[in-house]
Design a binder for this molecule. Structure first.
Ligand code: AMP
Length: 213
């Protein structure tokens, strides 16, 4: 059995064409089903639905043989025990710093102010501000980061931005682009040895189906 870990939403949707290239069709729609294990047209391949931030952990410990996960999640996880053969170039976005439109970020940085930064991405944020020489108090959040500057919880947030519409709707502005993000294929290193032929087939099919635009 080959088990592929995916998260619902954009990653699931954008992985479907890659699976199709490997001849794999998921037989149930995760938006309609409550099942966490989805069968495919190939009896030896199944999909497990996990939280996006749990995909690297499932693959690391062998709960899944392979998975698709954002580079952001992979960096925060650390990548231990994971073979990372492919940038799938899907679910593209960026990690950015955003502040309230009326907060003068550049001046705060120039003056060496200590910034309160709210984020789910504490590792990425800490590295970024350390390199910049900015002192920060990090506030770990698990969601709705946009709310933090609006309520006075933080001066700035570090979050994923795609179209920028969410920031705009909450009167926030992007002041730094930290890194571009896309989703990557990760494979359990032991599984790659034990199930080499079927995993290689999937990896090669995915590689051939990556969009270059
Ligand atoms: P947008 O309004 O298009 O800039 O999207 C921003 C919102 O969508 C934020 O709440 C992000 O956390 C989330 N988001 C954007 N891109 C992604 C992605 N590739 N994966 C997961 N969440 C994302």
């Amino acid at each position: 059995m080959i088990t592929l870990a995916l998260s619902k939403g954009r990653i699931f949707e954008e992985t479907l064409p890659l699976l199709a290239a490997a001849g794999i069709e998921v037989l149930e729609d995760p938006e309609k089903s409550r099942k966490l294990i989805l069968p495919t047209n190939q009896p030896e391949v199944r999909v497990v639905l996990v939280r996006a931030s749990d995909v690297p952990t499932y693959v690391q410990y062998g709960g899944a043989d392979l998975g698709v996960t954002g580079k952001d999640t992979l960096i925060e996880h650390g990548g231990q025990g994971l073979y990372q053969p492919l940038d799938l170039r899907i679910a593209k976005c960026r990690v950015s710093v955003a502040v309230r439109a009326d907060f003068d970020y550049q001046q705060a940085v120039r003056q060496g102010a200590r910034l309160k930064v709210a984020t789910k991405y504490t590792g990425i944020a800490r590295d970024f501000f350390a390199t910049k020489g900015v002192h920060v108090d990090m506030i770990k959040l698990y969601g709705s980061m946009e709310l933090a500057p609006l309520t006075g919880l933080a001066d700035a947030i570090v979050d994923l931005v795609s179209t920028g519409n969410t920031l705009k709707a909450n009167h926030l502005v992007e002041v730094e682009r930290i890194m571009d993000i896309s989703s990557h294929l990760v494979v359990n290193q032991a599984a790659l040895k034990l199930k080499q032929a079927p995993l290689r087939r999937i990896i090669d099919a995915f590689a051939g189906a990556i969009r270059q635009d």
